[in-house]
Ligand binder design. Structure first.
Ligand code: ZN
Length: 57
């Protein structure tokens, strides 16, 4: 497990899905048509990494 990958996540406010990789966000925008996606910097939420429920792909 590499924490470097978890410093930034994206979260879709339209359906509640979270993303670890930028490429997944782009796929989601394209496939689902959702555009209200927020970016979160986990370096300022160091204790929330697990609670947010990020799924590693
Ligand atoms: Zn969505």
């Amino acid at each position: 497990m590499n924490r470097e990958d978890l410093k930034v996540i994206w979260f879709c406010r339209e359906c509640g899905t979270s993303f670890v990789f930028r490429s997944d966000v782009e796929d989601h925008e394209e496939n689902e048509g959702h555009s209200k996606i927020s970016k979160y910097d986990l370096s300022s939420y160091t204790d929330m990494g697990v609670d947010i429920g990020v799924e590693r792909i």
